[in-house]
Design a protein around this ligand. Structure first.
Ligand code: C5J
Length: 225
């Protein structure tokens, strides 16, 4: 259990003033289709090991976060089964033979209710933890995330998940514009492309923390003990 109401976490570009009771752990899109061998991500030729290295650190952080009694929110990227919320531009982008809504290795790709759309078992949401189903890359677009955070008095977010440069970065930017202080543990976020991961983190912490702070999960864990 936490004893202090505010504690500094070592971070870049400077220490993060962590207020546990105002901070939620936001885990982005740790879905089977992105992370599991044989899923959609791998089918497109991506190296899922680049994402799977984030599972263990996320597991440890999630366990400690739950033990401390703090708030956890999960997100999933995906669409209604009738695809009414799928912009045609998103469907055809990439010019892939198989695209969103088509049958894939684990059910229809990025469609809610399909196996591949679900969160990996290692980080499965516990009863009572909100799961935000988002049709876009950012977790605030067309969702009730902002309302949930406001209603719970949350002003700080520890953001983890995949991918660093797409859904994590977009969400951090959206959160920043809405007044949230975002802290990103580098080992708990991942990209299929190591260079995009590195640059994605640099973009967050550049210019005095233009979008937020970057840390390592061991420093967050130290603040939870
Ligand atoms: C996420 C994607 N979650 N890369 N989606 O980053 O399409």
């Amino acid at each position: 259990m936490l004893v202090s109401s505010s504690v500094e976490i070592a971070a870049e570009p400077y220490p993060y003033d962590f207020s546990p009771e105002k901070c939620a752990l936001l885990i982005i899109d740790m879905q089977r289709d992105f992370l599991e061998p044989g899923g959609f991500g791998e089918m497109l030729g991506n190296d899922v090991a680049q994402l799977r290295r984030t599972i263990e650190p996320n597991k440890k952080l999630l366990a400690a976060w739950r033990k401390a009694g703090l708030q956890v929110i999960h997100t999933r990227e995906g669409h209604r089964p009738d695809l009414a919320d799928l912009p045609p531009a998103k469907k055809i982008r990439g010019r892939s033979a198989t695209c969103i809504g088509d049958p894939g290795p684990m059910g229809r790709i990025l469609v809610r209710g399909e196996e591949g759309h679900d969160i990996i078992k290692e980080l499965y949401p516990a009863p009572g933890e909100p799961v935000i189903d988002k049709p876009g890359k950012g977790a605030f677009f067309a969702t009730d995330l902002h309302a949930i955070l406001q209603n719970r008095g949350i002003t700080q977010l520890v953001v983890t998940g995949v991918t660093t440069e797409v859904c994590v970065n977009t969400t951090v930017r959206e959160a920043n514009d809405r007044g949230y202080d975002c802290l990103v543990p580098a080992d708990c976020v991942g990209s299929y492309f190591p260079e995009f991961h590195e640059m994605g983190l640099k973009m967050i912490k550049a210019q005095g923390g233009i979008f937020g702070w970057v840390t390592h999960s061991k420093d967050v864990l130290a603040a939870l003990i």
